[in-house]
Every structure is written in structure tokens, then in C-alpha cells.
Design a protein around this ligand. Structure first.
Ligand code: PLP
Length: 455
């Protein structure tokens, strides 16, 4: 073992090799030397436990691999072959070309982010997306923040801290990632007043709970589950009627929110922002990156006086959006304003992708894979919208089904691929749904599949 340890080169010797010199040039001293030290520690420990010292070429190869890994960001593109269109863990909505271009431009250059070019005075970053949002939704005012969880927290904090907010027991939801309405309420300093039961809440339940401390009536869209059977929820119209006779604002957290009626694509109806406002909600909150299909953002639209109060509340500063987000949200909203959302926004293109097109692509890919020696065939299946919208709603699709000894092993190998591929497994078959795979990712997908066999 001692002898084996002596064979192990030191940091200085490695730094003299041509490969490591290249690493130094590209990655700098810190990363290269850090990588070498870490690796040598590991190899030394391995030798002590009886593993022979690796050859110097093997060692250098490992150094190169290690330093390249250290010098890479941890966030990188993956191919989403799950067929879940708004996959929160995979970053929700891919962005449109115009949105990407706008974000890039805003990143590269100075901008009039908080500068009024007319007067030369300070302007407001919150003014930018407001006109577009008002035009699209019919709201009096709008405010853009970091995400919808932030929007909900902000509305409750700014308007109901120290007061009561009435909400149906059927709407005390958990969105995922630990975002629970009762916890957000507690965090905001507002007191939650639950009314009704899990399955049935009437407008009278709200009416009975109103007192001098009531600040808001709140409706939360049950965006990720479905109740059926003996159920009743008070309608937004009823809540608005009650709230307005008592002088209490009604807040509607739509979660996803959409500007386009999903029922025109054979899906269930997801409530639109315009509907909530025209039914009289005083404030509506929704996400920028669910069915809107844009960058992560939280959007609050509604009454001008309430939005003004929220805008001046200190927490708003902590949830403020970056210039690249503002640029991206505006570019994305412009697709809707121009009537081009379905063509331009990837989310809608995926939702409306013709079944025949997916079938043809799945058949072609299955054939190519069979030629490569796989047991692959195209089969019918379902895609999901996902991401806290349209729970349980699926769209017919075609899948590439891969039979193999261990689908779990194959899925693991595919996740380690370059690029990584995320697939799904059903009944011991690995399935690839091309609805969520854009055409330009098909070649890399095939490449990852083919090289997964060699791993
Ligand atoms: C998704 C969702 C949120 C949180 O929105 P994010 O944009 O993920 O922060 C809040 N409320 C409801 C009802 C939701 O569905």
C-alpha cells in the first residue's frame, strides 16, 4: 500500500502535464487545483482501502472530468419526454423566441427600468407591464411580482395583516413545495377564518363569519385536485355581492389563471382572469409561468386603490421582479394582445399539437430505435397539462414504448445522458411522449438513447 501511495503524483507534477495546463487556461487556478486536491484525497483513501493506484493517464482523465464538472453550472437543459407540459420540477413553461430575445436584450443593455425618459426623472419598474395587463384583462391596475406565491402573501400582508380573512374549508389547499394557504395566511399576519366544510360551503357561511375585523373574502382555485360528489362552493358572483354590500374586498387566487379559454381545445374550463374580473373580484392573483406560458412571475390585477396600497407596502420591495423578467413577461403578453399566443407560445403549441403529427413522429422514432436494436413501438397514450392547472385533464397522444429488462435502470441511464432525458414508466414499460419534445430535440434524444446502451 505504501508503495502504491508513493506512485501517486503530487499536485505540482500534475500541474506540469499538458492536459492540466489546458485546464488551468480554461478554468483558472482555483478550480483546477481544488479539483486535483479533492480527487487526490479520494484516490489516496481508495489506495489505503486496498485499491491499486490508477495509471497516470487514468488519473489525468479523472482530473479533467472532475474539473470540467466543477466548472459547469448545475442547472442545464433536459429533454422532457414525460408528456407533462407544465412540469414544475423541469422548469414549467419553455419560453417563446420573442420572450427569450426580449430577456436577452434586457440583460445585455441598460434600460429605462426605473427611469422616465420624458422627464429625465426616476420612473417605476412596476409601470412597465401594467398597461399590457390592463388591456388584456380589463383590470384598472396591475402589479408584477416575483411569483404567485409571493403575490398571495403580499396581498394578504398588505391588506389584511392583523385582521381576518374568510375562506372556505374546501379551499385550504396545498399547492406543492410546501405552499399551503393556511401557512401563507399565518405568515402574512392575517387571521384565517375557515367557513363551511371540506365538501360544502354556502354563501351564508361567509355572511355569518363577517364581523368588524373582516378585511377580505378570499377564494382559492383548487388548482391541483378535483372534488366530486356531494359538493357545493359559493360562486364568485355571490361572494362579490356579499363583499360589496359589506364593503369588504374579494380576492380571487386563480393559481394558474389563463387568458385563453382552455375548453376550446377539448379540455375542461380553467377559470380565466377576465371572467374573475368581470364577475367583480377586486383583486385576482395568478402565475406568469403556468398557463400564461411565460417567465416565472406573480401577477396581481384589479382595483386601482388596492393595488396602490400593495405597491407601497414594504414587502413589495422584497418580491420585486428583475428587468429580464419584466421584459420577458411583456413579450409573452404581447403574443396574446396580437392574437398569436397559440402559434407563438410553446405551451399552447404543445397543447394544440395535432395528434397525427405526434403519431407520425412516434412511429418514425420507434422505427429508428428498432433499427438500433431496441424493442420499440408507437402506442397510444395520454399527455397531461400539469403544473397546478387542469387537474386530471389529459390529452390523447402517441408514445414511444421501449421494452427492456429494467425500465428503472434505463430511466436512470437516460437521466444521466447528455443531454439528460426524463421519461415515464408505466406498467414496466418506459414511455417517451413527443408532445413535450420539440422537433429540434429529437436528434439529441435519439443520441442519448443510443449512448445509454453503451453506458
Ligand atoms: C401554483 C399556485 C400558486 C403559486 O404560484 P407560483 O407561481 O408557483 O408561486 C398559488 N395559488 C394557487 C391556487 C396555485 O395553483
Amino acid at each position: 500500500m505504501r508503495e502504491q501511495l508513493r506512485k501517486l503524483p503530487g499536485v505540482d507534477n500534475l500541474l506540469k502535464t499538458i492536459e492540466v495546463k489546458d485546464l488551468l487556461a480554461e478554468y483558472g487556478h482555483e478550480l483546477t487545483v481544488g479539483g486535483i486536491r479533492g480527487l487526490l484525497d479520494e484516490v489516496r483513501a481508495a489506495i489505503v482501502s486496498g485499491v491499486p493506484c490508477p495509471s497516470s493517464s487514468a488519473l489525468i482523465a479523472r482530473v479533467v472530468e472532475r474539473v470540467e464538472e466543477l466548472g459547469r453550472p448545475t442547472l442545464w437543459p433536459v429533454i422532457n419526454a414525460t408528456g407533462v407540459i407544465l412540469h414544475t420540477n423541469l422548469g414549467r413553461a419553455p419560453l417563446s423566441e420573442a420572450t427569450i430575445a426580449a430577456m436577452e436584450e434586457a440583460g445585455r443593455s441598460y434600460s429605462n427600468l426605473e427611469y422616465n425618459l420624458e422627464t429625465g426623472n426616476r420612473g417605476s419598474r412596476y409601470a412597465h407591464a401594467e398597461r399590457l395587463l390592463c388591456q388584456l384583462t380589463g383590470a384598472e391596475a396591475a402589479l408584477l411580482v416575483n411569483n404567485n406565491a409571493g403575490a398571495v402573501l403580499l396581498v394578504l400582508s398588505a391588506l389584511a395583516r392583523g385582521y381576518e380573512v374568510i375562506i372556505s374549508r374546501g379551499q385550504l389547499v396545498e399547492i406543492g413545495g410546501g405552499f399551503r394557504i393556511p401557512d401563507v395566511m399565518a405568515q402574512s399576519g392575517a387571521q384565517l377564518v375557515e367557513v363551511g366544510t371540506t365538501n360544502r360551503t354556502y354563501i351564508g357561511d361567509y355572511a355569518n363569519a363577517i364581523n368588524v375585523d373582516t378585511a377580505l373574502l378570499m377564494r382559492v382555485h383548487t388548482s391541483n385536485f378535483h372534488v366530486s360528489g356531494f359538493t357545493h362552493a359559493a360562486s364568485l358572483t355571490e361572494m362579490v355581492e356579499l363583499g360589496h354590500t359589506k364593503g369588504i374586498p374579494v380576492v380571487d387566487d386563480l393559481g394558474s389563471g389563463t387568458l385563453i379559454d382552455t375548453s376550446s381545445f377539448g379540455l375542461a374550463h380553467e377559470p380565466t382572469v377576465q371572467e374573475s374580473l368581470s364577475e367583480g373580484a377586486d383583486l385576482v392573483t395568478f402565475s406568469g409561468d403556468k398557463l400564461l406560458g411565460g417567465p416565472q412571475a406573480g401577477i396581481i390585477v384589479g382595483r386601482k386603490d388596492l393595488i396602490a396600497t400593495i405597491r407601497h407596502f414594504p414587502l413589495t420591495r422584497a418580491l420585486r421582479v428583475d428587468k429580464t423578467t419584466i421584459a420577458g413577461v411583456q413579450a409573452n403578453l404581447l403574443h396574446y394582445l396580437k392574437g398569436k399566443a397559440i402559434e407563438e407560445i410553446p405551451l399552447w403549441r404543445m397543447i394544440t399539437r395535432p395528434l397525427e403529427e405526434i403519431e407520425a413522429r412516434a412511429q418514425a422514432m420507434a422505427r429508428k430505435l428498432c433499427d438500433e436494436g431496441w424493442a420499440a413501438k408507437a402506442v397510444e397514450g395520454r399527455s397531461a397539462v400539469g403544473g397546478g392547472s387542469l387537474p386530471g385533464q389529459t390529452i390523447p397522444t402517441w408514445l414511444v414504448a421501449l421494452e427492456c429488462e429494467s425500465p428503472d435502470d434505463l430511466a436512470h441511464k437516460l437521466r444521466q445522458g447528455k443531454p439528460p432525458v426524463v421519461a415515464r414508466i408505466e406498467e414496466d414499460v418506459l414511455l417517451l411522449d413527443l408532445r413535450t419534445v420539440p422537433l429540434e430535440q429529437e436528434e439529441p434524444l435519439l443520441g442519448s438513447l443510443i449512448s445509454s446502451r453503451k453506458l
